[in-house]
Design a protein around this ligand. Structure first.
Ligand SMILES: [Zn+2]
Length: 142
């Protein structure tokens, strides 16, 4: 087999992934000789080519697989400057429920723009920016 063929062959090499959540984080437990999913614990494992798996994963979740970092502060949401974060909230149709999740008694009579300005004033004053960013991680992917 030529070098190029070897490379092509590697590309079509199947990968193992969890049959339930499609995570490719498969852990081999040598003591009982079993493979299981490092994300959900499921021991039902499937195999597919990388392209197939990629497609399946995206179909299931609506986005490509992202390696989960243990530190949420490394997520893109934590790198957004305040004005961008404000834009993001403004453009989310769930903006009101996000505000209410942090401030259940948030005044209801205001318009969207005023609510968001007041909300940002409040979280900055209360030092709740981190809580808000963590909340936004549920809505902003990638
Ligand atoms: Zn899984």
């Amino acid at each position: 087999m030529s070098e190029q063929e070897k490379i092509n062959d590697y590309d079509s090499e199947p990968i193992a992934f969890c049959a339930k959540c499609f995570s490719p984080k498969i852990i081999h437990e040598a003591s009982i000789d079993i493979d299981y999913c490092g994300d959900c614990g499921c021991s039902s494992i499937k195999e597919a080519t990388v392209e197939e798996w990629d497609r399946l994963y995206e179909k299931k979740y609506g986005h490509k697989y992202v390696v989960k970092s243990n530190d949420p502060k490394r997520s893109p949401v934590f790198k957004l400057p305040l004005n961008k974060l404000m834009d993001k909230l403004f453009n989310l149709k769930q903006w009101k429920s996000i505000i209410l999740s942090l401030y259940p008694r948030f005044p209801g009579g205001l318009g969207k723009a005023d609510s968001i300005v007041l909300f940002f004033d409040t979280i900055i004053k209360d030092n709740k920016l981190t809580d808000f960013r963590l909340k936004m991680m549920e809505y902003i992917k990638g």
